[in-house]
Design a protein around this ligand. Structure first.
Ligand code: HEM
Ligand code: HEM
Length: 183
């Protein structure tokens, strides 16, 4: 088995917590849109989806800070130049969706004609983006962006997991060790 270096413990914890939350966000978003759900439950799901989305937006800021503060471990030396470029591009795309999805969701609710507030887990009100309330153009654009980026993000996550499995099968490189405390 090839030698691998690990990410910092803080990054590891944040990676797995955020991964779980993103999967819940994608599942709840699709359920809200595609399934016929009782109105009061749907309202609760919207508030829950928006609350977790806001927390993910805040967590993203910590994730980016952590990337600058803690050293990013070098990719295994067995990685070809092409694999290194693919890994960097894949991670960059994941980072893009991690911030673009909550931002587009925030813009969407802020530009809605309904103007419903976002109560983050019933503790505080997250403000709307100022100056765009009721703007149908911005609302349509951000709604479309949120939806299609949701699908593209799902695809990137599948590729991300597939890459980990492929490197293990083909080159016997266990990348999971880079994102875990033991092993
Ligand atoms: C953090 C990452 C997020 C992910 C992965 C995500 C994902 C999704 C997905 C997949 C849908 C279904 C889209 C469709 O099929 O039309 C959806 C819908 C929705 N999301 Fe998010 N979302 C996120 C953050 C947010 C945030 C921060 C807000 C608002 C503050 C938000 C508000 C909404 C709303 C209002 C809908 C319903 C859209 C509609 O009525 O057309 N989302 N989300
Ligand atoms: C579901 C949402 C997920 C997101 C948004 C995500 C995002 C990311 C990002 C951005 C990195 C690069 C970290 C950096 O260099 O700063 C990373 C690394 C990694 N992720 Fe995920 N991840 C997710 C789920 C998963 C899952 C389910 C697995 C399980 C196979 C996984 C395994 C890994 C591993 C092993 C690494 C280290 C890769 C390396 O640098 O060699 N991730 N992830």
């Amino acid at each position: 088995m090839a030698e691998v270096q690990r990410y910092h413990a803080f990054v590891i914890i944040l990676h797995w917590l955020m991964a779980l939350c993103f999967i819940l966000m994608l599942a709840s978003g699709i359920a809200m849109e595609e399934f016929i759900i009782d109105k009061s439950l749907k309202f609760k799901m919207f508030q829950w989806h928006k609350s977790l989305g806001v927390l993910l937006l805040i967590s993203f800021a910590f994730r980016v800070l952590a990337r600058f503060i803690f050293k990013v471990p070098k990719l295994p030396k067995e990685f070809s130049k092409k694999d290194q470029r693919l890994a960097h591009f894949g991670h960059l795309a994941l980072y893009f969706f991690m911030v673009a999805l909550p931002l587009s969701g925030w813009v969407m609710v802020s530009s809605s004609v309904f103007g419903l507030p976002t109560f983050v887990f019933d503790t505080f009100t997250w403000p709307h983006v100022p100056g765009i309330a009721g703007n149908e153009g911005i609302n349509g654009f951000s709604r479309g962006g949120h939806k299609y980026m949701g699908y593209a993000f799902t695809m990137m996550i599948v590729l991300h997991i597939a890459a980990v499995v492929l490197h293990l099968k083909k080159e016997k490189i266990n990348l999971l060790k880079r994102m875990s405390f033991r092993g």
